[in-house]
Design a protein around this ligand. Sequence first.
Ligand code: SF4
Length: 465
Amino acid sequence: MVGVPFINPLSLEGREMVRQLGSLEDLTHDNPELIGIVTRSKSQDISDDQDIPRNHLELALKRLEWYVKKRNNPNFNYRKYAFLFQGDIEKFDTISFYLLSQAIGVKFGPNSRESRLMAESQGSLIQNRLEELNTRNREEIVLKALQELLSQGTLKWTFFEDLLSSRRIQLSDLVLDQGEVIMDQDDFRERLGPRLHHRDPDKMYQLLIGEELRELILIQMVMQQTENYMAEVHEKSRLMVEPNPLLLQLADGVTEILTQPTPSYTGTGKVARQSYRGPLNREAFPPCVKTALEGIKSGGRNDAIVLFITPFVSYARLCPDIFKQNVTVRVSDKDPQLQVVHQEVLPLIYEAAERCVPPLFEDQPQEKININAKIGFGMHSTLKLENEGETKWYTPMSCEKIKLHLPYLCRPDDDCKKIGNPLIYYNRKNWILSREQAESGDKKEDEGSSGEEVMENQDNDWIDV
Ligand code: SF4
């Protein structure tokens, strides 16, 4: 049976492990116990020494590297990271978690891409670790970890805003009492038992609050705590004269992991039919986008530019395969310096706004703020990295919504059949155009691909994490 820190390093037990630590310097020395655990791990690939973390610092980086590689390439060699799922690595793993969180907190701060990836990687590790356990152990450890978290205070339903908006849970999945989410069985019995007539509260609890929901909530809470912890570290580090060089060294290691370009692969082991991510291909735009870019001459001007064109152009340029991804993405994940946003995305949106009658910003200059908000940078007149995350990066409207709210834009052509979103039209059309080009001899297919490969990402300065 694994301990709670293996799932939640920020648990009381996890914090105690860190309190008992000696100096940070010791954590850089080769640790035979850690090496032994790693090399003896079931299914571990030990063919390359580079894959074996020799001390806590290396282990900390391996934690993040695992997540980044898994996210970019589902066919990566899982056996190189099998040690991360062995319960006996718990003590080392917990300390490595703190090291990494501190390094990220100190160097990058809250709301950074690094801190978000750290929290996401912790969530993903928990999920994968739970999947390695048998049913009984899995249920026990989830209950134990959740009980400790829930004992720290009440939980408002608004805490699950992200899970709700990503539709990973529905509001109806949650059992609420006066806006508070009930997760604990005793709490359920006490607060709702008297109101359940002719029903066994315990059976109702099992029925309403299933294992899957408990796990989702546990993961979400640990991710939130991880983010809070990095924010606390960041605040404290601002009062320090100089952070520990080891943490800065570790932070450099994080940057190195995130700047390694990695290709995307399909689940079949073949190079994927990739969505084209490069300069926008106007030829592949669907009819509704082409019409909106010509400028809106009648009603619906603001919505067409702010709610429709802004998300479409930004995703088409930066993250055209967003609907294939099961993760939240920010603009800076794809365009860390916001160069593409400033040089390509905003100019195209502004151009369309200018073509409207009357030109959009002429009578409503505040709509520039709304455009910034729709790509995730809050309600500010200037688009700045430090504001990213204050609002969400809106995904493009579906065809159904366009037909309902902006019907004059929808003039379907043959390629509109069987697609539900203009962005999917764009990806598909790009693929068709590229294939036609290849067939006519203008474009060579890369050797070794399945023949479905379309266009490699040539923006090597982008970080695809
Ligand atoms: S069907 Fe969809 S993609 Fe085609 S024109 Fe209408 S809204 Fe645009």
